[in-house]
Design a protein around this ligand. Structure first.
Ligand code: 13P
Ligand code: ZN
Length: 301
């Protein structure tokens, strides 16, 4: 399975490839199983903050777990957010992490230099793209500010952020960014927010986010490459459906599956019961939220 081809096919066919996050290693098996049981295609992904601040341990550990439970014809392994400057504003040796991911067998990578200036983001992404392309795999980058991971913000009400399109990806900047950086997929800021990772917000319901469908369509028309939506949990389904039609071809989902897993563990239900809740929720998401059940027949043929 070639990740680049599959995401391009999803874009052309009006489908989306979901990418599910693994903040706790036992979540991987039920997610892979759910994707296969819905005859769908999905990515298993881990972000640096999930091995730094949650219990994913390391990108290598996730790759090992993936080898055990992957479903050929249904699952792909992706490396999510490798920040150049992280959520605590610290500099990260991102190239070293990307090299480790290539060695561990990841099939696509993300570099997130969105906290840098436009020129800084282009330069960091260009280097990362070179590394990925030498390894024969695609790279995702981010332009604009998909908020939520930072622990210190959220003082501005969501409605104001959306109305003023604060931090949204600009079309003219995106055209320059993709041309000069050589990224394959672009994560865009169009209204979604990341599930919060601050301790006091971990188990709270995400505020319902909206999507600027017109901006997605403008970006897609100008760029012609697959767009990626981060912060996929908790968006109204109607927006998801329209966003996919407008050019979203990969969608990241974390909080929707992390919360039921952590709740079950907190209640003392045990790992097996927590895995079952993840499995059931993941199947529901594929069927009713992403509407991608059965798409393996289209995307992998
Ligand atoms: P949510 O946790 O809000 O679904 O966001 C996931 C994400 O964007 C991971 O990169
Ligand atoms: Zn994200």
């Amino acid at each position: 399975m070639d990740s680049k081809q599959i995401v391009s096919k999803a874009l052309a066919a009006g489908y989306v490839v979901p990418a599910f996050n693994i903040p706790h290693l036992p979540m991987l098996q039920p997610i892979a199983q759910a994707v296969a049981d819905e005859n769908s295609v999905g990515m298993i992904q881990v972000a640096r903050l999930e091995w730094e601040k949650f219990e994913a341990e390391s990108l290598e550990k996730v790759a090992e777990e993936y080898e055990k439970y992957k479903k050929p014809g249904h699952t792909l392994l992706h490396l999510d957010h490798v920040p150049v400057i992280d959520e605590d504003h610290l500099q990260v040796d991102y190239m070293a992490i990307l090299r480790r991911a290539v060695a561990a067998g990841y099939q696509s990578l993300m570099v997130d230099a969105s906290r840098l200036s436009l020129a800084g983001n282009i330069e960091a992404t260009r280097q990362a793209a070179e590394l990925a392309h030498e390894a024969g795999i695609p790279i995702e980058a981010e332009l604009g500010a998909v908020m939520g991971h930072e622990t210190s913000q959220q003082s501005i009400p969501y409605e104001e952020i959306f109305a003023k399109k604060m931090g949204f990806t600009q079309v003219n900047e995106a055209v320059r960014f993709v041309e000069e950086s050589g990224c394959d997929w672009l994560s865009v800021a169009v209204g979604s927010v990341h599930g919060a990772i601050a301790d006091n917000l971990l188990d709270k319901k995400k505020p319902a986010a909206k999507l600027d469908i017109e901006r997605i369509a403008q970006l897609e028309a100008a760029l012609g490459i697959p767009l990626v939506l981060h912060g996929g949990s908790g968006i109204e389904q109607e927006y998801i459906a329209k966003g996919i039609k407008a050019g979203i071809a990969k969608i990241n989902v974390g909080t929707e599956l992390r919360q039921p897993y952590e709740k079950a563990i907190r209640e003392g239900a045990g790992v097996a019961a927590a895995q079952e809740r993840v499995y059931n929720r993941c199947r529901e998401l594929i069927r009713d939220f992403l509407c991608t059940a059965g798409d393996a027949d289209i995307l992998t043929k």
